[in-house]
Ligand binder design. Structure first.
Ligand code: ZN
Length: 268
C-alpha cells in the first residue's frame, strides 16, 4: 500500500477470539509496517487485566506491562495502537466472570432475541454499576495507549432491553433508540474526559437509525462489513433493499472509517 494514499491505514488484530504471544504481535506489527500501514487496531474486549478487572487468568489476558511493550514496539516503527473494548455487545469475556455476572442483561434468565440457547453478551444499561465499572476500566485501559482514539465496539447487542429493569422504560423502537442514544452519549462523555475520541461499529444503527440524529458527530463510524453482503436479522452489512446506514451517516455528516471485510480464520 502506498503510504501516502490514506492518512489512517489500519489493520485489526483480534486478540479476543484468539490470544497471541507478544512475539507474534511484534512480528505482526513488523509485517504491517513493511506493507505501509500506520495503525494497529487491537480487538481486545476484556483481554487486559487491570486493578478494576483482575479476574482473567494470566494465560487468558495481558498485563498492563504487556500492553506497554506492544505499544512501545509499535511506536518505535511509527505504528499507532488503538484499543477496541466494547461496552455494549461483546462483553462476554467480562460477563462470564462470576464477579461481573450480576451486571449481565440476561441475569434473570430471560432469552435474548436470538433464542433461549444464546448466552448473550451485553451489560445491563439500567444498572448504574455497569457504568461505574466501565469508567474505572476505560480509565485504566486508556492510560496504556497514547493514541487519541478509543474504539468502543457497540455491535451485535441482541440481548438489549431484555431485563425487567430495562423493559420498564424501553418498550417500542423509540424508547429503545433512546436507551441506545443515552448509552452512546454516556460512553462518549467517559472517553472524552479521558482525552479520547471514540470510534464504534455501525451495524446496530440499521435497527435504530434515528439514533444517528442524537449522538455526537465527532464519533467515527466503522462499517463492520463482513465477507459478503447479506440480508439478515443481524443487520450486519448494508441491506440490499432500502437505505443504508452509510447513507444515514452521510446525512448527519459523521466521519466514516471504511473497514473492508477480511476475516482470518484461525483454523486451516
Ligand atoms: Zn437491563
Amino acid at each position: 500500500m502506498a503510504s501516502g494514499a490514506m492518512e489512517f491505514r489500519a489493520v485489526q488484530l483480534d486478540l479476543a477470539r484468539q490470544m497471541e504471544t507478544l512475539e507474534y504481535i511484534y512480528g505482526f506489527t513488523d509485517m504491517i509496517t513493511r506493507h505501509g500501514f500506520n495503525t494497529l487496531v487491537l480487538y481486545l474486549e476484556a483481554r487486559i487485566r487491570t486493578a478494576s478487572f483482575p479476574w482473567l487468568p494470566e494465560d487468558e489476558s495481558y498485563s498492563p506491562d504487556d500492553i506497554r511493550k506492544i505499544v512501545a514496539h509499535a511506536a518505535a516503527q511509527g505504528i499507532e495502537v488503538v484499543p477496541v473494548v466494547s461496552n455494549l455487545g461483546h462483553g462476554e469475556l467480562f460477563l462470564r466472570r462470576p464477579e461481573l455476572a450480576h451486571l449481565w442483561e440476561l441475569r434473570e434468565g430471560v432469552p435474548n432475541r436470538l433464542g433461549a440457547d444464546d448466552p448473550g453478551m451485553s451489560f445491563c444499561l439500567s444498572l448504574e454499576e455497569s457504568y461505574t465499572f466501565f469508567e474505572a476500566y476505560f480509565s485504566e485501559v486508556a492510560a496504556l495507549f497514547p493514541s487519541p482514539w478509543f474504539h468502543v465496539g457497540c455491535d451485535e447487542f441482541f440481548d438489549f432491553a431484555c431485563c425487567s429493569l430495562c423493559r420498564q422504560h424501553s418498550k417500542g423502537e423509540a424508547a429503545q433508540t433512546a436507551l441506545f442514544v443515552r448509552h452512546i452519549n454516556r460512553t462518549h462523555g467517559i472517553l472524552k474526559q479521558l482525552g479520547k475520541r471514540i470510534m464504534m461499529w455501525d451495524d446496530m444503527f440499521e435497527h435504530y437509525p434515528s439514533a444517528l440524529d442524537s449522538i455526537p458527530t465527532d464519533i467515527v463510524m466503522c462499517p463492520g462489513s463482513m465477507m459478503t453482503p447479506s440480508i439478515s436479522h443481524k443487520g450486519i452489512l448494508r441491506t440490499a433493499n432500502g437505505p443504508t446506514s452509510l447513507h444515514s451517516m452521510r446525512r448527519v455528516a459523521s466521519p466514516i472509517s471504511w473497514c473492508p471485510g477480511c476475516s482470518t480464520p484461525t483454523t486451516p
